[in-house]
Design a protein around this ligand. Structure first.
Ligand code: GLN
Length: 220
């Protein structure tokens, strides 16, 4: 295998529901080899995983019915597979939702999220977000019926806030965004994630999936 192929990390995109095709394009753009994940077996051999936006209730129910939810939990919680969760993907990685809806979650991240938090009237909006992890220039963020992070535990670093609410965060193996980085041409979020996945696989970088950059801010 050529050195180029060796350094192309295999990153799965959960393709059960939602905006998965755009993530696959973004991953390929930043040098990863994307692979669609529909069954538990598709998780074999992955270096990282993206859980896209969509509808978290549907995602949890569909994945739960096929046994995939348990496999996702095993991969990301028990084995520490690095994961990027966007919007609904962030919701399913949370340990709980603020309203205590009974919806199946993967869990594992010490955050509580509020679904549709910005209100139904402003279902969608765009904002120039200060996300130091991605560099000094603001990131154009597309929010679609977006959640926010209501509380974050001590092992979670909040990476960006909007209107006083935490909208991006990470822990040792998870990077989560309330918005849709795959829907713009800006590839910095995917680049940071894939670089972290590659470093981790090759044992050349820090244990964290994502390099440092963001100031440590507590979610309120
Ligand atoms: N509001 C959706 C949910 O609760 C998430 C929206 C999205 O992923 N764009 O699952």
């Amino acid at each position: 295998m050529s050195p180029a192929a060796l350094s192309r990390p295999r990153v799965g995109v959960l393709a059960v529901q939602g905006a998965f095709a755009e993530h696959a394009v973004a991953l390929a753009d930043v040098g990863a080899a994307p692979a669609e994940v529909r069954t538990a077996r598709d998780l074999d051999g992955l270096d990282g995983l993206v859980i896209p936006g969509g509808e978290s209730t549907t995602l949890g129910l569909v994945a739960g019915r096929s046994g995939l939810l348990g496999a996702l939990r095993e991969a990301t919680v028990d084995r520490g597979l690095p994961v990027l969760g966007t919007c609904a993907g962030m919701i399913v990685l949370a340990r709980a939702t603020a309203c205590g809806e009974h919806q199946p979650l993967i869990g594992g991240m010490d955050i509580v999220v509020r679904r549709n938090a910005f209100g139904r009237q402003v279902a969608s909006f765009e904002a120039d977000l200060d996300l130091p992890l991605a560099g000094p220039d603001p990131l154009r963020a597309v929010f679609i019926r977006a959640p926010w992070i209501e509380t974050a535990g001590p092992d979670v670093e909040v990476l960006a806030t909007w209107d006083g609410h935490a909208v991006a965060a990470r822990d040792r193996t998870r990077l989560v965004m309330a918005f849709h980085p795959e829907l713009t041409r800006d590839r910095r979020v995917h680049q940071v994630f894939v670089d972290g996945v590659r470093d981790r696989r090759e044992g050349t970088g820090p244990a964290e999936v994502t390099r440092s950059g963001g100031a440590r801010v507590r979610a309120q």
